[in-house]
Design a protein around this ligand. Sequence first.
Ligand code: AMP
Length: 179
Amino acid sequence: MSQPIGRLWDEVVVVPDFPEPGISFKDLSGILANPETLSITVQAWIEAIGPERPTMIVGIEARGFPLGAALAYELGCGFVALRKGGKLPRDVHRAEYALEYGTAVLEMHTDALGSEDRVVIVDDVLATGGTLGAGVDLVQRTGAQVLSAAVILDLPALNGRAEMAHRGVPVHVLISDTA
Ligand code: AMP
C-alpha cells in the first residue's frame, strides 16, 4: 500500500456529547469525502478481504452503504443493504439490539441472500458490537455464511471485538482508538 493507514486519523472528527451527553462521537464522513483516504480504506480492505473470496458484501446503514458498495465493486461481488427499521418494502428479517446509546432495529430482505453466499459485513465504526452482531444474525438467518466483518475504526474500550469473537466472526479493523 502506498499510503499509511495512520493517514486516516487526519480525517476523523471527534464530536463530544453527541448524540447525547457522555458519548464521544467519531465522525468519519471526512474519510469518505477525501479521495486519498477513501482509496486507502478500500485498498486496505481489498488486500485483507479479497483472499476470503466473498460473493456478497453487506453494508450497514448509513456509511456501510458507500464503503461496502465500493468494496463490492472492486472485488466483483454483489452488495446488500441492511437498513434501519421500516425502510425496506418487502418481507424482512428483523433484529433489535442495544447500542452504546439506546436501542435500534436492523432489517434485511428475506430473499437478499441464499445459502450459497459467502458474506463480509461492512460498517464505519465498531463500538459495543451490537450493530455488527445484529448484522451477523440477519445474514445467518438466510443460511448464508459470514466470513468476517470490516470497519474503519474500532473503539476497544467498548469490547465490540470480543462480542464478535463470541459469534466466531473475525473483524478487519483499520485504526483503533486507544485513547
Ligand atoms: P455498536 O453497535 O455499539 O458497535 O455501534 C456501532 C454503530 O453505531 C456504528 O454503525 C456506528 O456508526 C455507530 N456508533 C456507535 N458509537 C459510535 C461513536 N462513538 N462514534 C461514531 N459512531 C458510533
